[in-house]
Design a protein around this ligand. Structure first.
Ligand SMILES: NC(=O)c1ccc[n+]([C@@H]2O[C@H](COP(=O)([O-])OP(=O)(O)OC[C@H]3O[C@@H](n4cnc5c(N)ncnc54)[C@H](OP(=O)(O)O)[C@@H]3O)[C@@H](O)[C@H]2O)c1
Length: 335
C-alpha cells in the first residue's frame, strides 16, 4: 500500500512516498479501514515542518476517513462497509481525560493516516455522519471536534448568542457553520477582503478586517451594542488573546485553542478578572464527544467547506499551500 513517511529534521520536501505491506486480518477488537481521505490541520503542518528524531519514519496526518473492510473477533460496533472517521485521541474515550500531550495522537506520537489501510482498535474510529463523503468526514477528527467542544461542550452555545471567530482556517470555518446552524450571531475576522466576501456568503453577520482594525476587540463591542461576544473561539494565541478578552462580554467564555501567533505571551489579567471571563483550554476532544457531534451533524444539512483537494503523493505541495494561508476552510487529501 502507498504511504507517506516523515524524515527528521523535517521540512515539507523531506516527506517520503513509500510502499508498505498491506495489513493482514485485524486482531480481536480491531477493525481494518481502507482510508479514502484526510485533511490538513496546523498541527500536521508543524509536525511535518519540525519533525523530531523520534518521529523519523512516522506516518503523518491525524485525520482519516474511509470504509471498514474487515472486523476482528468481538467487534459489534462496526461492520464491513461502514463509513468511519478517526479519533484524534484513540485512548481518550470519555470524561475529562488524562492526556495533556500528543504521545498517543496519530500522525504525531504514533503513525497517522497518510496511508491506504490501517488496522486499529475500535476505539480509534467512530461512524461518520450519514451522507458525508470521505473528505467531508475527514475534516471532523480535529477541526470539527475542536469547534464542537469550544462552542457546544464548553461554550454551551444557545440561539441568540454572539460568537467571535478569528481568521478563515479549518477550525474557524467549521465553527462558523456550526454556530450559524445553532442560531448564533457570528462575528469573524480575516486578513483578506476576498475571503470577507465568502464569509458573508456563508452567513457571517459581521466581518472585521484585522490588519486594518488592530483594535478589533473594541469593534466587536460596538457590533454587539457594548455587550461583547458570549463565546470566543481563540485560535490565535498570545498575539490575539488581549483583543479577544476585550471582545468578550462580562461573564463570557473564551475557548483557548490556537497557537497561530506563538506559544506564550502577556495576558491582560486585570481585564480578564474584572470581566469575570472564563478562559478554557481546549485540546480537541474525546471519542464520546465525537459521537455526540456526529449525532448532531446527522440532524443538520450543512457540509464542511473544502478548499483544494490534493492527492496523497502531493502532500508536500499541500502543506506549502496551507502555509501560504490562501486557503478558506479545510484542505483535503484524497487517498
Ligand atoms: N487546541 C486544539 O484542540 C486545536 C485543535 C485544532 C487546531 N488548533 C489550533 O488552532 C489554530 C488554527 O488551526 P487550523 O487548523 O484551523 O489552522 P489553519 O487552517 O492553518 O488556519 C490558518 C488561518 O488562520 C488565520 N490566521 C492566521 N494568523 C491569524 C491572526 N493573527 N489572527 C487571526 N487569524 C489568523 C488566517 O486566516 P485569514 O487568511 O482569514 O486571515 C489563516 O488563513 C492553530 O494554531 C492550531 O494549532 C488547536
Amino acid at each position: 500500500m502507498n504511504a507517506i513517511q516523515l524524515s527528521y529534521p523535517g521540512g515539507f520536501d523531506s516527506l517520503t512516498s513509500v510502499d508498505l505491506p498491506q495489513p493482514s486480518a485485524p486482531q480481536a477488537h480491531e477493525i481494518q479501514v481502507q482510508l479514502h481521505a484526510s485533511s490538513l490541520n496546523y498541527h500536521d503542518l508543524l509536525v511535518a515542518k519540525y519533525t523530531t528524531e523520534a518521529q523519523n519514519g512516522r506516518i503523518p496526518l491525524s485525520d482519516g476517513a474511509g470504509i471498514v473492510t474487515a472486523v476482528g473477533a468481538g467487534v459489534s460496533e462496526f461492520k464491513v462497509g461502514d463509513q468511519v472517521v478517526s479519533c484524534f485521541f484513540p485512548t481518550w474515550q470519555t470524561g475529562p481525560g488524562l492526556l495533556a500531550d500528543f504521545s498517543t495522537v496519530p500522525g504525531d506520537g504514533i503513525d497517522g493516516y497518510a496511508r491506504q489501510y490501517v488496522n486499529a482498535s475500535v476505539n480509534a474510529f467512530t461512524l461518520a455522519p450519514t451522507g458525508y463523503n470521505h473528505t467531508e468526514s475527514a475534516t471532523l477528527t480535529t477541526a470539527g471536534l475542536t469547534a464542537w467542544v469550544a462552542l457546544v461542550e464548553d461554550g454551551k452555545i444557545k440561539a441568540g448568542d454572539s460568537v467571535l471567530l478569528l481568521g478563515t482556517g479549518g477550525v474557524s470555518i467549521i465553527a462558523l457553520q456550526l454556530a450559524k446552524s445553532m442560531g448564533a450571531q457570528v462575528i469573524i475576522t480575516t486578513s483578506s477582503h476576498d475571503k470577507a466576501i465568502r464569509l458573508k456568503e456563508l452567513g457571517a453577520d459581521h466581518v472585521i478586517h484585522y490588519p486594518s482594525t488592530p483594535e478589533w476587540g473594541n469593534r466587536v463591542l460596538e457590533l454587539t451594542q457594548g455587550r461583547g461576544a458570549d463565546i470566543v473561539v481563540e485560535v490565535g494565541g498570545p498575539g490575539t488573546l488581549a483583543q479577544s478578552i476585550r471582545a468578550a462580554r462580562i461573564g463570557g467564555h473564551i475557548a483557548l485553542i490556537g497557537v497561530l501567533t506563538g506559544f506564550s505571551g502577556d495576558i491582560p489579567t486585570r481585564e480578564l478578572m474584572a470581566k469575570r471571563v472564563s478562559l478554557q483550554g481546549v485540546l480537541v476532544g474525546s471519542r464520546s464527544q465525537q459521537q455526540d457531534m456526529v449525532r448532531a451533524l446527522n440532524q443538520q444539512s450543512w457540509r464542511p467547506i473544502l478548499d483544494k483537494t490534493f492527492a496523497l503523493t502531493e502532500l508536500s505541495k499541500a502543506f506549502a499551500y496551507q502555509e501560504s494561508g490562501q486557503h478558506f476552510g479545510k484542505i483535503a487529501i484524497s487517498i
